[in-house]
Design a protein around this ligand. Sequence first.
Ligand code: SF4
Length: 506
Amino acid sequence: PRTRRWCFADQLGPHFLDRPDQPVLLVESRAVFTRRRFHRQKAHLVLSALRHRVAELGDQAEFHQVGTYGEALDRVREPLSVCAPTSWGSRDMVLRRPGVEVLAARGFVTGQPDFAAWAAGRSRRGGGAGGRQSRLLMEDFYRDARRRHDVLMDGAQPVGGRWNLDEENRQPPPADGRSPAPVPWWPEEDGIDEEVRADLDRWEAAGDVSFVGDDGPRLFPVTHREALHRLRDFLGNRLGAFGPHEDAMLRDERWLAHSLLSPALNLGLLDPVDVVTGAEQRYRDSVTDGDPLPLNSVEGFVRQVMGWRDYIWHMYWHLGRDFRTRNHLGATQQVPGWLGGLDDDAVDAACLSDVLGDLRRDGWVHHIPRLMVLGNYALQRGIDPSAMTDWFHESFVDGYEWVMVANVVGMSQHADGGVLATKPYASGGAYIDRMSDYCGGCRYDPRKRLGEDACPFTAGYWAFLDRTRDRLAGNHRMRRPLQGLDRLEDLPAVVEQERLRGTEPP
Ligand code: SF4
C-alpha cells in the first residue's frame, strides 16, 4: 500500500513532501490549545496555516479535527511516514506509534548528520585554552555551514574578506525616530481566517481554552505563497536597511527593517535554503547592477537564518532533554501575573511597557526587546528559566519548544552556566538608553540606581550581580563587572530596594 506523509502543523511547506501529489495526513488537535495559554494570534496563525494547507491539498489530504493525535492516528488505514518532528515530546509520540516511518528532519539548512560530524570534530580536537573541551560556538558552526553550503563565498574566502560584519550592525536607532525601511507587505485575511476566528471565539466562550493577547488582523503568512510574497518584499525593499539598526528599538516603529519571516519559517512554510539563496542572489544581482546592497545587512541576515536559527535547533537536540531544567543561577521566582497576562498598562517603565504592549498587540517583537528587555528583566529578577521558556513559547507567534529552550534557558537566562553564551545577557538602563528612544519619556532615570526614580534595569543589574556573584565568580568575562560591584558604597541599599520591588510591575 502507498505511504501517506503525516505533516505536523509546523511542517506545512512543499519541502516536507517527496513529490507534489503525495497523499498527506494533517491533524488538528484541540488538546494542544487546552493545555497551554497561547497568544490569541498564535493560535489563529497555526490553525489558519493548517486549514489553508488542507484547502490547498484538496483530495490529496486526509484531515482530522480531533481532541488528541492518537484519535486521528487510530482512524488512518495506510502506512505513514513523517519527517522527524521538532520537539522531544512529539518525537517520543511518533516513535511510540508502531508502523510510522520516521525520516530525517527537514526545514533547516544544515542536516543533523552534518551537525553531528561538526560537533564530533570539535570534541575530538578538544584541548582549547586551559585544556578544556572545545566549545560548540555558533560563530564556528556558522562559518563551517557557509563553507559547506557555499553561501556568500568567493572560493575559500568569505565575500568581502570577513566572516562577520556584526560590529557595523550595532548602531543606535535613526536619530529622526523613523524606520530605516519602508513598511512591510501585509497579508490579507480570507474566509478560512473568519472560520478560525469564529472557532476560537466559540472555544473560549465555552471555557475550553483561554488566550492572552489581542485578537487582531493576521500579520504573518499562512501559506507558502504568502510566505514567498513576504520574502520577496523583504529582499526587494528591506534587506539593504536590515543591518545597521537591527539591534535598535523605537517606540513608534516596531518593525524597523526586520524580515518578519520567523513565523513562516517555523511553521515550515518556507525552506530556509530558499531564503538564504534568495538573499545571496539579491546581493549578487545588486553588485552586477552597480548598486550593491550593504554587505553587513546581507551577511547579518544570512547569519540569522543559517547561523543562529540552525544552531539553536541543533543545540536543542545536542544538549538533550534535561537541558530545559538547568538552573545554574538558582532562579525560582514565578512569572508574575502582569507579565504572564501581557498587561502593559500595569507597567510604568517605558521600555518594558512598550515592548509588552507590542507583544500583546502583535504576538511578536524583534530579538533585542526579547533579549535585552523581557529576558533581561526575568534574568535580573530571578524568574524560573523553565517557566520563562513556556512563557516565550506561548506568547510569541514564532515560539516553539525547540526554539525557546536553547534561546531562553541558554542564551537569555544563563541557566546553563555558559554553554551557549559566554556571559549572562544582563545589562543596566544605559544599554537600553543607547539603543532606543525609551528613556527620555520614562518616569525612571537610567543613570540612577537608588531612589524613587531609580531605573529598575540599572538597579536590577547590580542587585542581580550581588545575588549571583558566587555562581558567576569563575567566569572571567564577569570579573570586571563583579569588581565594579565591590566599589558601590550604596550596594546594600540598592539590594534592599530591589528586594522590596521584587517582581511587582516596575
Ligand atoms: Fe527602561 Fe530604565 Fe530607560 Fe525607563 S529609564 S525606559 S525603565 S531603561
